[in-house]
Design a binder for this molecule. Sequence first.
Ligand code: 15L
Length: 269
Amino acid sequence: MKLLITGASGGIGRVLREGLAGQYDLVRLADVVPLPVPPAANEEWIHFDIGNLAAATAACAGIDCVVHLAGIPVEPRENAWEQLLHANIVGCYNMLEASRLAGVRRFIFASSNHVVGFYRRDRIVGLDALPRPDSLYGASKVFGEALGRLYADKHEISVACLRIGSFRPEPEDTRQLATWISPEDMVQLVKRCVDAPTFHFVVAYGISNNEGGFWTNRGIEWLEYNPVSRGQDAAVRLANAPAEDAIARLFHGGSFCSMNFEGSPARID
Ligand code: 15L
């Protein structure tokens, strides 16, 4: 099994690299910035911009599974559309199309919980919920998931879309008690998707074993993702954390929902 990890120098990339070390024949690590630690014996470093299809295709040569983490991981405050268009829309298309051209058979996409950010917190959402993005960032991830579905159905690439919650060493605020995914669980989830017997298309919520979570992975027990960390263990430490604003606390996406909000909460069921 030969992996390509895009965004390998980022927060999730670094943790995956460490957590998957020595387990695959090759891990090709791609980023536009250098790796914090030089490549080990079964690793390669490759520098390319995901905006460049030819470079992306070359990066996919000989690869069995792409783990696509690269992209803008937040709602940018400035030039949001231009930044997201390049990194999350064009970049995601290029990586899927490069995978097709290079004969990659499996693609794991770092999607986000912000594809369902405008669901109300009293509603637990499963894997078949319609998208309700809370930001341009969330909408860019909806696009990535849709494109993934297309490449699974039309080009027979196995695609996994991981709706990652709050990836942090520890929960940092009260919302993250529900949305947290620990580094350990993140590694487990990606590894399950890499190692699973052939599948067609799957969506999974990237969350730890949190009490009071907003999302359920019911229906994909076959993936055998069994998170071990528990957000609630940080509840006492966060008892006096600042309260969320009036819009953020209504919806799954928290502060992504209140950013630039001009709507009427009563109309959002
Ligand atoms: C995300 O998708 C972001 O990448 C991350 O930085 C967090 O903000 C996270 O969602 C979250 O919802 O907490």
